[in-house]
Design a protein around this ligand. Structure first.
Ligand SMILES: Cc1ncc(COP(=O)(O)O)c(C=O)c1O
Length: 420
């Protein structure tokens, strides 16, 4: 899906948010991550309108830069972080701690300490063993930490196996069926001087295009909340239903998702006062507004006759095709007469570095630009230095004006990490 303000000029060259893509490429070099800022803001507003801005936390794992945090903060959203690095990054850039939801299968004691001291909005308990650690830190810091318990709702989600997190085999959350979740609630309640169990969390997976997995997960969570209420009088004040909304044309809108959640919660809780419903979208907010721009640097024919276009980046800046079999939409600029079928390979020494197999593009020449769409999520945040290829810069573009948000890293940055 191209960004909302992506267009083609009559001469066949591409524009992003009013700026010629060729101009962006020559000003900032390639590869380049470029975001349509107005599209991003509109997506944030759509989610905020549906759920209330204070109930939406951007999943920082999808994409996290200072400029993005400014936009998110300005729109009144929160932030979901999954590591000490994301937490410290957001706090250092002045993001309000009370709007942060802290996740993570591994939360170092130092991160729990920061969370308690700074007063983050919620710490999400992922594993039963975390309770004792959190309680100890909270008591040391003399802070009562607001907590959500992440449940493993055991729903089968039809997405790539690496994107399904709510299934029974998942390492995420605390299982309900075997009594582990109830036992964990008991422990949290027993330590009420240090932790304030405010509710439950689920995240069933990503790239979900139908309501069913969300609603099934929610039913499991709500049923559990009823049991904990009946057995221990724990009233769920918050249900955080994670992210995962897909961005295909047939996926429900945030408004439809909200309606489904609210009616399912009202039905499933049977008279327990309606809790605050929170969500943590990542991909929906930041993926479609972002594109990656490459130069086509070689064109060649393989021994089996297929045509390869080689670009000046690849799996180090866009790992999703190799990791999840993603097949991104691509376009060549300028657009010429005639079409061809090509395989597009990245520059890395790796057979798996294929950006797209069998792509239909307009006739391409070396020196043209390749635009890969929908790369705003899980690309910059997952970028690596594989083969010592620099991580591309990020620019935000609006009304024809490009604002750099991060620079390309370079040899000096890497050499600074060397210990001799
Ligand atoms: C706990 C949690 N919340 C939110 C998200 C965001 O998911 P998505 O980008 O699919 O919306 C993820 C992604 O894996 C997650 O693990």
């Amino acid at each position: 899906m191209p960004p909302r303000h992506f267009s083609w000029s009559p001469d066949g060259t591409a524009n992003l948010a009013g700026a010629p893509v060729a101009g962006l490429a020559s000003a900032f070099g390639t590869p380049l991550y470029a975001y349509d800022e107005a599209d991003l803001s509109e997506r944030i507003e759509t989610y905020a309108r549906a759920f209330g801005a204070e109930n939406v936390a951007l999943a920082g794992k999808a994409f996290l830069t200072g400029r993005l945090l400014e936009i998110v903060q300005g729109a009144g959203l929160g932030l979901d972080v999954v590591s000490e690095g994301e937490l410290d990054f957001a706090l250092r850039l002045g993001f309000p701690p009370e709007r942060i939801i802290m996740h993570g299968l591994y939360k170092p004691l130092s991160a729990l300490r920061t969370a308690a001291r700074e007063g983050v909005g919620h710490v999400v308990v992922e594993s039963p063993g975390e309770v004792a650690e959190l309680v100890e830190v909270a008591r040391q810091e003399k802070r009562r930490v607001p907590v959500l318990l992440r449940l493993a709702p055991a729903v089968d989600v039809h997405t790539h196996p690496s994107l399904a997190t709510g299934n029974p085999a998942s390492q995420f959350g605390v299982p309900i069926e075997d009594g582990q979740a109830l036992k964990t609630v008991r422990e949290l309640v027993a330590a009420a001087d240090a932790v304030d169990l405010q509710g439950y969390h689920m995240h069933v997976g990503s790239q979900i295009a139908t309501l069913d997995p969300f609603v099934s997960g929610l039913h499991a969570v709500a049923e559990f909340a009823r049991t904990a209420w009946a057995e221990m009088g724990v009233r769920p004040q918050v249900l955080d239903l994670g992210g995962g909304l897909g961005i295909t044309d047939d996926a429900p809108s945030p408004g439809v998702l909200k309606e489904a959640y609210f009616s399912a919660v009202a039905e499933a809780l049977h008279g327990i006062p309606m809790p605050r419903i929170m969500t943590e979208p990542g991909r929906y907010l930041v993926s479609p507004p972002g594109v990656t721009i490459y130069h086509i640097v070689q064109r060649k024919t393989a021994a089996d006759g297929r045509t390869y276009l080689i670009v000046d980046g690849g799996m180090s800046d866009g790992p999703r095709p190799a990791l999840y079999g993603a097949r991104p939409e691509v376009a060549v600029s300028p657009r010429r007469e005639g079409e061809e079928r090509v395989d597009i390979a990245g520059m890395h020494c790796e057979s798996g570095d294929i950006i797209r197999r069998d792509a239909k593009v307009t006739r391409a020449e070396v020196g043209d630009l390749l635009i890969v769409f929908d790369t705003g999520a899980y690309n910059h945040s997952m970028a690596s230095h594989y083969n010592r290829v620099p991580v591309p810069p990020v620019v935000f573009v609006q009304d024809g004006v490009a604002r750099p948000a991060t620079r390309r890293d370079n040899l000096s940055d890497w050499l600074r990490l060397e210990v001799r």
